[in-house]
Design a protein around this ligand. Structure first.
Ligand SMILES: [Zn+2]
Ligand SMILES: [Zn+2]
Length: 212
């Protein structure tokens, strides 16, 4: 079964998730935006052997630490979708704009597309492409654990911003209704910022997607 621990990092309190397979103790960091010593310490404390870095999208608070972590630990970077290449190319600019430490360049070992699968130990994560917040945004879904790691697509009570280059409100809503909702109302999601919620709760109470 997939286990996880959420570790908010950077001044944006971005929810990096340490995920692992409790059979093999092989694991991954989803969106290691920064504060790398804290993240590697959490893995060590849990007895998790890190094998890969997973990225939902290439905004600095999510991807800022990925290049350094990949270099230092020799880990592959998996994701996001190629639609985020321009955000990867602009990581240095993003660092400067938001006052983050200079981000090391990122070269994904594997780009992801809708319908792909990523294995964490023996645990299967289904990949859904959910553009709208960024063009190359992906989410990771464990059907077995009933959990989805959705980055900045959906939040408890809100949705991702769409006023950045490449963002589009209608596309984001279509991603949420067409690719998140089919995972089921009981699915608990870990958003990029703020507390967890379930898709069913958002369909009832989130003013941006209520009744969809
Ligand atoms: Zn973002
Ligand atoms: Zn974010």
């Amino acid at each position: 079964m997939l286990k996880y621990e959420t570790l908010p990092v950077t001044p944006f309190q971005q929810n990096c998730s340490l995920v692992w397979c409790d059979q093999t103790m092989k694991g991954a960091l989803v969106d290691p935006g920064g504060e790398l010593p804290r993240l590697t310490a959490a893995a060590k404390r849990r007895g998790v052997v890190l094998e890969q870095i997973l990225l939902t999208h290439a905004h600095i608070d999510h991807a800022g630490g990925a290049g350094q972590l990949a270099r230092e630990l020799g880990l592959p970077i998996v994701g996001p979708h190629t639609g985020d290449q321009f955000w990867i190319d602009g990581l240095a600019q993003q660092s400067a704009m938001f006052g983050f430490p200079a981000a090391e360049p990122i070269v994904p070992s594997r780009w992801l597309d809708d319908g792909d699968e990523v294995m964490v130990g023996q645990c299967r994560l289904a990949v859904r492409h959910c553009p709208g917040h960024t063009p190359g945004h992906v989410v990771f879904h464990s059907a077995e654990a009933g959990r989805a790691f959705v980055g900045d697509v959906l939040f408890a009570g809100s949705i991702g911003r769409t006023d950045f280059p490449g963002g589009d409100h209608d596309t984001l809503i279509a991603s949420i209704t067409g690719r998140l909702w089919p995972m089921g109302d009981d699915t608990v999601f870990i958003p990029g910022h703020g507390p967890e919620s379930s898709f069913g709760r958002e369909r009832r109470a989130n003013p941006y997607v209520r009744g969809t």
